[in-house]
Design a protein around this ligand. Structure first.
Ligand code: GTP
Ligand code: MG
Length: 299
């Protein structure tokens, strides 16, 4: 590898649940983007800044691409495609266990139409027999021209060294756009809201995770080095609020306790976390709510 300075954006794009956020976290060695077993966890673009030799790789995690219904969904899917448009390279991440579903076929066709530099990474290879992988890669290549193909496991790290080496060579020559020891540009207030939302995804079911959004309302640094965070969880209906709060407040307490623990670890200082739950019908169609989580409003 040459010692020439390089820097470029690489957008990780794919179907919901492919493992995009897991990959971003694994490659940066940090928890930047929330992860859950449920689809449509990520709602906005998350930047991870990665150094590999003289190269700075700016990895962008994006929301999964699906058929949008709500204004929120449309803004999420738009954020994913904009991420790809703005990047030097698109890394198409596919869950190799799911195979070539209609959803993945549609994304591949859309990628083909956009005609950008695209690499393929078949993920979750720890879950499949290796014979599946080459035919799947070949089928995808028939739909969209793929410059390179990687077989990886974001879960256990297999194949990622080679992917990183290749990315470091592929990003264009140029000065680094961020300080080399920065990990992300995500503000702590947004991180805090996301960590609460992650617990909602982990601890509630059916439509509840999709009916909730979280906003940090207040952030106070205390003289003792701790931080006091107040966040509001908006839900669409009274029934959601009751479920989220739980009997005698048990569910929201558990969500708060887990989120506080995680935030204390991430921010490396004591965190006092206060959660309010508010019913707000139609928040997922409301521009201000989408802007609060950094989604663009172009409709
Ligand atoms: N076994 C295995 N599980 C994985 C791997 N990568 C991700 N997962 C799991 O797949 C699930 C989805 O991972 P995410 O990283 O949230 O997926 P995503 O593509 O960001 O999903 P959205 O944000 O909803 O689009 C989680 O339960 C992860 O733990 C992998 O390589 N192997
Ligand atoms: Mg994600």
């Amino acid at each position: 590898m040459s010692d020439e300075s390089r820097c470029g954006f690489v957008a990780i794009v794919g179907a919901p649940n492919a493992g995009k956020s897991t990959l971003l976290n694994r490659l940066t060695g940090a928890k930047l983007s929330i992860v859950s077993p449920k689809a449509q966890t990520t709602r906005f673009r998350v930047l991870g800044i990665l150094m590999r030799g003289p190269a700075q790789i700016l990895l962008v995690d994006t929301p999964g691409i699906f058929r949008p219904r709500r204004r929120l969904d449309r803004a999420m899917v738009r954020a994913a495609w904009t991420g790809a448009e703005d990047a030097d390279l698109t890394l198409f991440l596919v869950d190799s266990r799911a195979g070539l579903t209609d959803e993945i076929r549609r994304i591949a066709e859309e990628l083909a139409g956009r005609n950008r530099r695209t690499w393929l990474a078949l993920n979750k290879i720890d879950l499949v027999t290796p014979q599946h992988l080459l035919p799947l890669a070949a089928e995808l290549n028939q739909i969209v021209p793929l410059e390179e193909t990687f077989m990886v496991s974001a879960g256990n790290g297999d194949g990622l060294d080679r992917l990183l080496d290749r990315l470091a060579e592929a990003v264009p020559p140029g000065p680094h756009l961020y300080p080399d020891d920065d990990l992300t540009d995500l503000p702590d207030r947004l991180l805090a809201a996301e960590i609460v939302r992650e617990q909602i995804f982990m601890q509630t079911h059916e439509e509840i995770p999709y009916a909730a959004t979280v906003e940090t309302e207040n952030w106070q640094e205390r003289p003792d080095g701790s931080v006091r965070v107040e966040a509001t969880v908006y839900v669409a209906r009274a029934g959601h609020k009751a479920i989220l709060i739980g009997t005698g407040g048990s569910r929201i307490k558990q969500i708060g306790a887990k989120a506080r623990h995680e935030l204390t670890r991430l921010l490396e200082r004591p965190v006092h976390l206060f959660l309010n739950v508010k019913e707000r019908a139609g928040w997922d169609e409301e521009r201000a709510r989408l802007r609060a989580i950094g989604l663009e409003d172009t409709e």
